[in-house]
Design a protein. Structure first.
Length: 196
């Protein structure tokens, strides 16, 4: 078969008047090795992935306790090669952002330079009860200058801006503009109305 005119469809490869099933050609398996180099585009163009986060929180008007109700991340990362793992990577980053915004903080004893909360019993990370259903959407994008696959990196894209979206949601909910993490009760209580 002529590779230039070959077409893959319905589990077969066809070229000219010939057609063969891929299962007949592969037999018990197939191995392939390949490599892609960035080329000149890596030097001539800047390449980024982008995202935006949307969060809704509830703030208890008596205690200042914050609960994340829902969160959405919308991202572009070129051609997504594996939708399931890309979504999981983004949701994992969003979960990290929730931890950074609402709980994670190292407490240092200045006398000895010792971290007081050096284990998971004292260093609070989000658990299942803290995280509602999160959703991540990847917008269709083909970046023709990134590489021959037209894909870009996802990496820690999900965490970028996730904590800030919670800070903005808290401000929207109760008027507390907190600019340092974690956002603890003492930083919120001062702006809440006094209950009688």
């Amino acid at each position: 078969m002529d590779p230039a005119t070959a077409r893959l469809a319905d589990g077969s490869i066809a070229s000219g008047g010939q057609s063969k099933k891929l299962t007949d050609l592969v037999g018990t398996g197939m191995d392939a090795d390949g490599e892609i180099q960035p080329g000149r585009n890596n030097k001539d163009f800047s390449q980024q992935s982008y995202g935006a986060h949307f969060a809704e929180v509830g703030v208890d008007m008596d205690t200042g306790e914050v609960r994340l109700r829902r969160m959405l991340g919308v991202f572009t990362a070129g051609r997504v090669l594996n939708a399931k793992t890309a979504r999981s990577q983004a949701i994992g980053g969003m979960t990290f952002g929730v931890g950074a915004a609402l709980g994670e903080a190292m407490a240092l004893d200045p006398r000895f330079g010792y971290f007081v909360n050096h284990d998971l019993a004292e260093y609070h990370v989000p658990v299942h009860a803290d995280i509602p259903e999160l959703d991540a959407i990847f917008l269709p994008e083909l970046d023709k200058r990134s590489n021959p696959l037209k894909s870009k990196g996802i990496g820690e894209l999900g965490i970028c801006g996730a904590a800030a979206s919670l800070a903005n949601a808290i401000y929207n909910a109760c008027g507390a503009r907190v600019r340092d993490f974690p956002i603890t009760l003492d930083k919120i209580l001062s702006v809440l109305p006094m209950q009688t």
